[in-house]
Design a binder for this molecule. Structure first.
Ligand SMILES: [Zn+2]
Length: 117
């Protein structure tokens, strides 16, 4: 069994990561709080010629991909916190074995053991 102190540490780390990601996402298309004057996911305008438009589309798709990744991370964090509340945190969803501490430390959102990832 995982001890409560370890779980609480993971929970704090997940909550901190969650608010960090939410901060980024809530600013989608506006400022990136980590880098002043940097903007994310707003549609870029480089120019009216075909080449500029192509780069605009490509950059916009990159920014959307980042946003998608962040949203997925948020979902994984929420699921991990839910498992903590249900008392199933640290147990592989596939085989029911305990996930090794080292793996949870490296990947607090892990829901499966290394054999099932
Ligand atoms: Zn497993």
């Amino acid at each position: 069994m995982l001890d409560q102190i370890f779980i609480e540490e993971c929970r704090q780390a997940l909550l901190a990561e969650k608010s960090r990601i939410e901060g980024i996402l809530s600013d989608t298309g506006k400022k990136d709080p980590a880098i002043p004057e940097n903007y994310k996911t707003s549609y870029p305008e480089y120019g009216e010629d075909g080449e500029s438009n192509a780069i605009e589309v490509s950059d916009y798709e990159d920014a959307m991909a980042v946003e998608h990744t962040l949203e997925e991370q948020l979902l994984n964090i929420d699921r991990a916190i839910a498992r903590m509340e249900q008392g199933t945190y640290g147990i592989c969803e596939q085989c029911g074995q305990e996930i090794p501490l080292e793996r949870l430390k490296a990947l607090p959102t892990a829901s499966v053991c290394a054999n099932h990832s």
